[in-house]
Structure formats: C-alpha cells, structure tokens
Design a binder for this molecule. Structure first.
Ligand SMILES: [Zn+2]
Ligand SMILES: [Zn+2]
Length: 286
C-alpha cells in the first residue's frame, strides 16, 4: 500500500550530532536506505541540557530534538540531519515503573520533511540512591548493571554549585575515588548516586535508541499512496472491533488510520483480526 521512497534518500549524507556514540546504532540502520551518517562531534548538543542536570533541558523532548537538528543544519550547511533525545521517568501506562522514551528525528531540508521514530520502553536501569559508604554504593551498583552500565555521583540530587559531579564511573576504583572526593562536601555524610543515562555509558538505552531508529526507518520507507511523500504513518487508532459472540462494539482497535503530512490523504486499514474476544466485551463479560 506504500509508495517506494528510495529516490528521496538514496545516496545522501545525514549529519548526526552526538558525543555519545549513538552512530553505533543509527548509522547501520540508515545505511540500509543508502544514507551515509556523518558524526558532527564538534557541535555541543549538551547546551540543550544534560541528564546529570548540570544543564537543565529547555522545552519538551520534541523541542530539544528539533533544536539539535536545526543547529546541525545551520552549522554544517547540510540538508539532512538526525537528532536523538531520550527522557526517563514514570511509564505513562504503569506509573510505578520507570520507562525510557526515545525519539529519533530526521529533518530533511531538501524535501521539507520532518520524520520521527519513537519508542517507550520499560527496559531501563534508570534509578538513583542515597548512599553513605562504598559498600552502600556497591549494593546499589549491583542492581543497575554496573560496571557495564556507568554511574554518576554527586553530593545531592539537586546539584550544589561548586561541588564536583563525577560522570561515567565504570570501575570500583573510580567509584571509591568519587565517594572520597565528595564526602568533604557533604554536611551529613550522605551522597547521591544515579545511573549514567548517556548512550555510551548505558547499553540498555543504546538498545532502545536502536528500536526508535528502526521506527524512524519504517516511517521513511512508507511513502504516501497518493503523493509519494515519506512518513505516511499511523496517526490514530479507531476503537470498536465487534465482539465475536454478540457483535457489539468493544474498546479494542478496529482500524488504524494513516495520514499524509502534505496532501492530507487518509487511509483506514482494518486490523488483521476482525473480531474481538468476548472477554473484552462489555455485554458478554461485564
Ligand atoms: Zn500525500
Ligand atoms: Zn459480546
């Protein structure tokens, strides 16, 4: 049902601003579309905020990704840029569990296109702890995949001006040294330890970025059946799949609606399974 989008992307170069090795997962995925990814390591995307909160993020996650991509385009003069942005916190469907929402954005100035890949994953080690000693720290570290996953140590979760922040801690020796250096700054002997969520310090997060990139690639490959523009993606789900027993509409998805960003072409595609299980029915299973 989708038009082929090869002509939009094949043979082009996309610039990715990252200091955290995200090209490891983004470059191979885009190579499949004939796009070569170049890393603009000199562009400081930390100015848009860091996870360790020494620089807070301005605006929403979407705005931060767009700001990064636009900076890359204006600094390099390129016409294709990729930006990735993550955020961690309560999962929207299960607020007691931390989730990782990853966005990967493609901005194409040549075709005036903006495409997103998004994944919300429960697979994250995002966590923090208050500690007093190296032994407390090691107990926490064990639960969050250390040392394959890095840690950040600071005096308190609200960064105190003029106190050090130790990022990218990947060995017991580094952890011990950080704790020793921070203790004199702590009035009550307590310190704050958290997972380092930067991609190169966190293989679990890198995996979620790979999944979000796969979603982006999917969007790039879905050309509008009418005008051919890439990004013909599902924008809405329509509930009301009929109950298999009594035929009454249920809250289950009946169809998925695709919409073109440019020509406004809309297509509703029914779900593979036409009928809902009676256990989902308000009448058969009240
Ligand atoms: Zn269209
Ligand atoms: Zn029913």
């Amino acid at each position: 049902m989708f038009k082929d989008t090869t002509a939009y992307f094949h043979g082009r170069t996309a610039i990715l601003a990252t200091k955290h090795g995200k090209e490891q997962v983004i470059a191979p995925a885009l190579a499949a579309l004939g796009i070569q990814v170049e890393v603009a390591a000199a562009i400081d995307t930390d100015q848009f905020g860091t996870f360790s909160r020494d620089r807070p993020r301005c605006g929403t996650q979407e705005e931060a990704a767009e700001a990064k991509a636009n900076l890359v385009l204006s600094e390099t003069g390129a016409d294709l840029a990729i930006a990735s942005e993550g955020s961690f916190g309560p999962h929207p469907q299960c607020p007691l569990v931390p989730g990782d929402r990853e966005l990967v954005l493609l901005v194409d100035r040549l075709h005036d296109l903006k495409l997103w890949g998004e994944v919300i994953s429960l697979d994250t080690n995002f966590s923090h702890a208050t500690i007093r000693s190296l032994s407390d720290a090691l107990t926490f570290a064990k639960t969050v995949g250390f040392p394959s996953h890095g840690l950040i140590a600071m005096v308190s979760s609200d960064p105190i001006p003029n106190t050090p922040i130790f990022k990218g801690i990947k060995t017991v020796e580094e952890l011990e040294a950080a704790i020793a250096a921070l203790h004199p700054h702590s009035p009550d002997g307590r310190l704050h330890l958290e997972t380092d969520m930067r991609a190169h310090m966190n293989p679990t997060r890198m995996g979620v970025i790979a999944s979000a990139t796969a979603e982006l690639v999917k969007a790039m490959q879905q050309g509008c059946p009418q005008c051919g523009l890439p990004g013909f993606v599902a924008t809405e789900t329509i509930p009301g799949r009929p109950c298999a027993l009594c035929g009454a509409p249920t809250s289950q998805t009946k169809a998925v609606r695709y919409r073109c960003q440019r020509c406004a072409h809309v297509l509703s595609v029914p779900t593979q399974e036409p009928l809902a299980d009676p256990s989902q029915c308000y009448f058969c299973n009240p």
